[in-house]
Each structure stands twice: as structure tokens, then as C-alpha cells.
Design a protein around this ligand. Structure first.
Ligand SMILES: Cc1cc2nc3c(=O)[nH]c(=O)nc-3n(C[C@H](O)[C@H](O)[C@H](O)COP(=O)(O)OP(=O)(O)OC[C@H]3O[C@@H](n4cnc5c(N)ncnc54)[C@H](O)[C@@H]3O)c2cc1C
Length: 426
């Protein structure tokens, strides 16, 4: 398959988008109004519509046009801080409950793909690779915690030779292989969920921007009128832009990039990643990669704390990262390059909560949202219907604002992260 020249990302070029109805002008009523049609918002819509709830979802752009249709497609084990990180952040009981949600999140993808017959190139196997011999200690600690605290013994430790066999790259000194995690075409998956939500009766609308949310009265103002609802779910992720000022300082939108190569010969693919796993390294500014169903290497990396997501300028950087991993691909023809925004929190755990009487929100999946957004959406839907036990596990996690206030926040975080980037060299 060759990508048409007008396509701006591999994902957009390889999906058939459904048509969604226009939002009627004027005042519209709904039980629940959802702002944001990424994996989180669509998950809420699907869960509620299946229970007969009247749902209106609006997206400022296209469904799945945010991070959900631009990401690396990796379904990782656990949550972004890792299991040792989780144990440092929370007591054991909370850590276990959060980890259990991340396990449910992986199973939820499998269940939805099967139930709604979503063709999204779902594949198994996630490798977390150590890029320095000294970092193998961390891998051992992660595996020990997975086994001893969380009861997970499916995650294997690979030594250097096994890591090289698995990845085809001598950058890795070993690491952890989770055969249950894996990867998928995230936009196909998101649109598959959107189709299922529509079939269940949800109304999804594209190109409708929420300009204000009244959290007490449940009124969402758009360019076309208002939507009045019992509950409003804000699932705008890194694109809040003043919509919920109370929670905005807790998350920061950070730019990052992905590139695909042109399709590679099957012989190259089978030599580099013979088991078709996805790979993520252990740096603070990490590289992550996998093959697509049509034999392109899809490679993500780099970060802009200024929130830049303009893709083509990142081609040089990503080429260098690919060459560092696979020297034989240093001149490989580039397919598409694009960027997106990751919403990060200080502790790298998702931030779910409520504002006023009627608003629920989710943000800050911190680069690990492909799976956990699904469960976050399900928990918000359950909470709206009166059972908030699961929702509370996530919502009770304490979050801090990024320091510096609106003017200085980005500069301070840039400085802090530059320090962590420096640590990647040691
Ligand atoms: C380049 C990149 C690579 C990534 N790689 C991975 C990975 O490999 N594995 C992983 O687990 N995670 C990854 N992530 C993170 C993951 O993609 C996100 O955590 C997840 O998609 C977030 O989903 P969401 O629905 O919360 O947000 P989004 O998908 O960003 O959706 C938010 C939606 O809200 C809409 N919106 C915003 N404001 C308004 C408004 N005012 N009115 C109406 N609509 C609005 C936007 O248009 C957007 O469609 C990556 C992210 C990026 C950007």
C-alpha cells in the first residue's frame, strides 16, 4: 500500500473514516455531553450509550484527531511511572488497585476488539529495553515488584543476547518482555469504538468546539449554540486551552513526534523484529518503535516542552534516532512524519476528577494512554450511572500543580526536563 501524497500521517492514510451527523444549531439537550472524541471520550460515549443514556459527543476536529490518532500504538504494561515508581508514589493497597486497573485496561482492548470486530492490527508483545548496563538493576527491581507485589509472573527478563535477538539492535543490554501487552493501529481502534458508540445510539459530532463549560449548570457553549446536560465529561486531554481553569495547572501539553519509513522488505522486518513486538527504551526522553501491518518501521521519539507538534521538522531528529538503533536504516526512505501532544502530570499518573456539580474530566495520561484511557472512560461512565468505586481509585490519587503559574510553568518544566535529558547520557 502506498500513502497518497495528501495524507499527513500514516494513520490518517490507512483508515476509512465514518461520516458523523452535524450537530443541530441552537439549544440541544442531552443526558451527557462529552467534549473530546479521543479514546477517553469515545469510551465514555460507548459505555453510556449501551446503557441507554442519551449522549452527545463533540470534537473540535475529527474523531481520533488528537493524541489518539497520532500515537505510537503501544499497549504498555502498567502505568507511566512503572511499578517501582508506583510503589514510591502510593501505599501498597492503592498501588495494587491502580495496577489492577491497568491490567483491566489491556483486557478491555481485547474484549472490545472481539465484541465490535474492530480491525486494528492488534499484535502481542511489548519489550522495555535497558540502554545502559547499569540500568539492568532497574529492570530487575521492576520484575521483582511485578512478581512479588502485583502477582505478575508472565513478564520475562531478557539478557543482552536475547534482547539483541528480539530487537535486532545492539543498543539494548537486556530488558523486560511482556507477552500480553502489545500494539495496535490506534486510529482504527478509536474509529471502531466510535462506530460502535454510534450504533448503540450515541450522537458524535466533528468540527464543533466547546468554548465554555458551565460546571454548575451543565451548559456547554459551542460556536453553534449550547448543549445542556445533566453531566458534562471533558476529555480534551492536552488541548484544554482554558476550558477548565481549575485543573489546567495539573497537566502540561508536551509535543512529541512519530515517523514511518516506506515499507521495508519482509526479510528486513523479520530480521529486525522477528516476533513483531513493540519496543520502548528506558530513557527519560524515550525512543519507541514497532512495525506496522504493511512493513513500515514506525518510530517515535523526541520531545518539545514548548508543546510544538509540527511534524516535518522532526524528521532529522527521528532519522538520527533510527540510525542509532538500526545503522543499516540510516538512509531508509521516509514515509510520513507527524507530531502530537502528550498531556503529562507531575507524578505521571492520570488525573481524573470532578469540577462543580456536573463536570467530570480526565487528563494527563503521560504518554501511556492507549490502554488506560479505555478504562478511564468506562469508570467515568460507571460513576455517572451511580457506581463510583472504580472512578474513586483514580480520582483519589493526589496531584500537584506544575510550579511557576501560567507564565513560568513551561519554562521551569523545560529546565527541569533538560536536566533529566542530560541524565539519559549516564
Ligand atoms: C506522538 C504520541 C505518541 C504516543 N504514543 C503512545 C503509545 O505508544 N502508547 C500509549 O499508551 N500512549 C501513547 N501516547 C499517549 C496517548 O495517545 C494518549 O494518552 C491518549 O490518546 C489520550 O486520549 P484522549 O482521548 O484523552 O485525548 P486525545 O486523543 O488527545 O483527544 C482529545 C480530543 O479533544 C478534542 N478537543 C480538545 N479541546 C476541545 C474543545 N474545546 N471542544 C471540542 N473538542 C475538543 C481534540 O480535538 C481531541 O480530539 C502518545 C501520544 C502522542 C501524542
Amino acid at each position: 500500500m502506498s500513502i497518497p501524497p495528501e495524507a499527513w500521517s500514516y494513520y490518517e492514510a490507512t483508515v476509512r473514516r465514518p461520516a458523523f451527523a452535524d450537530l443541530p444549531d441552537g439549544d440541544v439537550q442531552a443526558d451527557v455531553c462529552i467534549v473530546g472524541g479521543g479514546l477517553t471520550g469515545v469510551s465514555v460515549a460507548l459505555e453510556l450509550a449501551e446503557q441507554g443514556v442519551d449522549v452527545r459527543l463533540i470534537d473540535a476536529g475529527r474523531i481520533g484527531g488528537g493524541a489518539s490518532g497520532r500515537n505510537g500504538g503501544q499497549i504498555n504494561t502498567g502505568l507511566a511511572p512503572g511499578v517501582t515508581g508506583l510503589l514510591e508514589l502510593c501505599d501498597r493497597e492503592t498501588a495494587r488497585a491502580l495496577f489492577d486497573l491497568s491490567e483491566q485496561a489491556i483486557r478491555l482492548i481485547d474484549a472490545r476488539v472481539a465484541q465490535y470486530r474492530i480491525d486494528c492490527d492488534l499484535a502481542r508483545g511489548f519489550f522495555f529495553g535497558a540502554t545502559k548496563p547499569s540500568r539492568m538493576k532497574h529492570m530487575v527491581a521492576e520484575q521483582d515488584a511485578l512478581r512479588d507485589v502485583f502477582g505478575i509472573d508472565r513478564v520475562h527478563m531478557l539478557d543482552r543476547a536475547e534482547a539483541i535477538d528480539l530487537t535486532g539492535s545492539d543498543r539494548f543490554h537486556g530488558g523486560l518482555l511482556d507477552p500480553s501487552a502489545g500494539h495496535l493501529h490506534s486510529l482504527k481502534y478509536c474509529l471502531g469504538l466510535a462506530r460502535a458508540a454510534t450504533a448503540a445510539g450515541a450522537h458524535l459530532h466533528e468540527n464543533v468546539t466547546a468554548t465554555a463549560v458551565d460546571a454548575e449548570r451543565g451548559i456547554v457553549t459551542t460556536g453553534q449554540g449550547t448543549i445542556r446536560a445533566e453531566h458534562v465529561v471533558v476529555a480534551a486531554n492536552a488541548y484544554l486551552d482554558g476550558l477548565l481553569p481549575a485543573v489546567e495547572p495539573r497537566a502540561l501539553g508536551v509535543g512529541t513526534w512519530v515517523m514511518t519509513t516506506e515499507p521495508l522488505p519482509m526479510e528486513v522486518r523479520e530480521r529486525l523484529l522477528p516476533g513483531n513486538e513493540c519496543v520502548c527504551d528506558d530513557n527519560n526522553v524515550l525512543d519507541y518503535f514497532r512495525f506496522t501491518a504493511d512493513n513500515r518501521l514506525l518510530f517515535g521519539g523526541g520531545v518539545s516542552y514548548l508543546g510544538r507538534e509540527d511534524g516535518p521538522q522532526a524528521a532529522g531528529l527521528l532519522r538520527r534516532r533510527i540510525a542509532a538503533t538500526y545503522p543499516e536504516l540510516s538512509d531508509v526512505p521516509v514515509g510520513e512524519v507527524w507530531g502530537g501532544k502528550v498531556s503529562i502530570t507531575m507524578n505521571r499518573l492520570p488525573d481524573l476528577g470532578r469540577v462543580g456539580r456536573r463536570v467530570w474530566y480526565a487528563q494527563g495520561f503521560s504518554g501511556q494512554g492507549v490502554a488506560i484511557t479505555g478504562i478511564a472512560g468506562k469508570l467515568i461512565a460507571e460513576a455517572i450511572r451511580g457506581d463510583d468505586r472504580g472512578f474513586r481509585i483514580m480520582a483519589d490519587v493526589a496531584h500537584r500543580d506544575f510550579p511557576g503559574g501560567p507564565m513560568l510553568r513551561r519554562s521551569l518544566v523545560t529546565l527541569g526536563r533538560l536536566w533529566y535529558r542530560l541524565l539519559d547520557h549516564f
